[in-house]
Ligand binder design. Structure first.
Ligand code: DON
Length: 301
């Protein structure tokens, strides 16, 4: 696709942003890596750049675990535990949990996502990791793996997330298995994908939960709207309003430098480039989405 080539060359020289450093393994990322992929609901793939370079999903995992838990536990249970309002705060903020509702505002921020991971069913920790791996792999259409080095790197430095989890326990949002809940969350953040995988996972959401090629249902159609509306209002954290205004596409970012977006009924889009801004979004990723939305008229408005 010509426009992908154009966008790649337009934004390749961007020098803004830095790879995340608070998870030491992420700091090693190559700042030059840059890929843009579109995966349509018909199963077509358009790609440019370093689309086969692997990265950890980080927060781009949150919509998928939310969908999985909605399906396993039902909407009423999930809504009773985690809200659907944007916070206007950073992704790792603890302030609104402490000050206001005493339950996470939404499942796209860390407090909500840690709570969601804690509800994943299973007889043992390994069983819970396996069922999460199965669910994520169905979105991608092949088996995904968890990177243990990234998992350990996050686990040993996650003081803020650990404090969020303890506060969640204090307010009765999660049960007493605090470390296990955190480990599930760190494992989900450590799923390895490339940009094609992420775009295909997005296209499964665009296709009402059915993988465009394998035709396997990864998520009940009843819940794709829940996931996409939360991505739209909360997926870009404290810049979600600006994103809705300037891009108009439900999206989710991750600190490894990925952003994916979903055009319902049409396509999934993923951009990967490690330098991120102060909100945790890939700088090249944001620019590509802004341009692509305008040039292909993709805003849902
Ligand atoms: O909780 C964390 O700090 C990370 N594992 C994920 C955060 C993240 O990707 C935020 N997104 N932009």
């Amino acid at each position: 696709m010509k426009i992908l080539e154009e966008l790649y060359h337009r934004h390749l020289s961007c020098t803004e942003g830095h790879p995340a450093t608070y998870i030491p393994e992420l700091a090693k990322a190559n700042v030059k890596n840059f890929a843009i992929v579109i995966a349509t609901v018909d199963g077509e793939i358009f790609k440019v750049g370093d689309h086969d370079v692997e990265f950890s999903m980080q927060s781009t995992s949150k919509p998928f675990s939310y969908g999985m838990v909605l399906q396993e536990m039902g909407r009423d249970f999930v809504m009773s535990k985690v809200g659907v309002e944007p916070t206007g705060e950073a992704f790792n903020s603890i302030v609104e949990l402490e000050k206001n509702t005493h339950k996470p505002y939404n499942p796209m921020i860390n407090s909500g996502a840690i709570a969601i991971s804690s509800y994943i069913k299973g007889q043992s920790f390994e069983g819970r990791v396996q069922s999460m791996t199965k669910a994520f792999s169905q979105f991608a259409g092949h088996d995904l793996r968890i990177d243990d080095v990234i998992f350990e790197s996050e686990k040993t430095t996650a003081h803020r997330n650990r404090s969020i989890a303890h506060l969640l326990r204090h307010f009765g949002v999660i049960d007493g298995k605090i470390e296990e809940s955190l480990d599930l969350y760190f494992k989900q953040c450590s799923f390895m994908v490339n940009t094609v995988d992420l775009a295909v996972m997005a296209s499964t959401l665009a296709n009402k939960g059915i993988h465009p090629k394998t035709k396997v249902r990864a998520l009940s159609e009843d819940y794709t709207g829940d996931v996409l509306s939360l991505m739209f209002t909360c997926g870009m954290y404290d810049t979600s309003g600006k994103w809705a205004y300037s891009v108009g596409i439900p999206a989710k970012s991750g600190v490894s430098g990925a952003i994916f977006g979903v055009i319902p009924g049409k396509m999934g889009i993923a951009v990967y480039s490690p330098p991120i801004n102060e909100h945790g979004h890939s700088v090249r990723g944001m620019r590509v989405f802004q341009d692509l939305s305008k040039e292909l008229n993709l805003s849902i408005f």
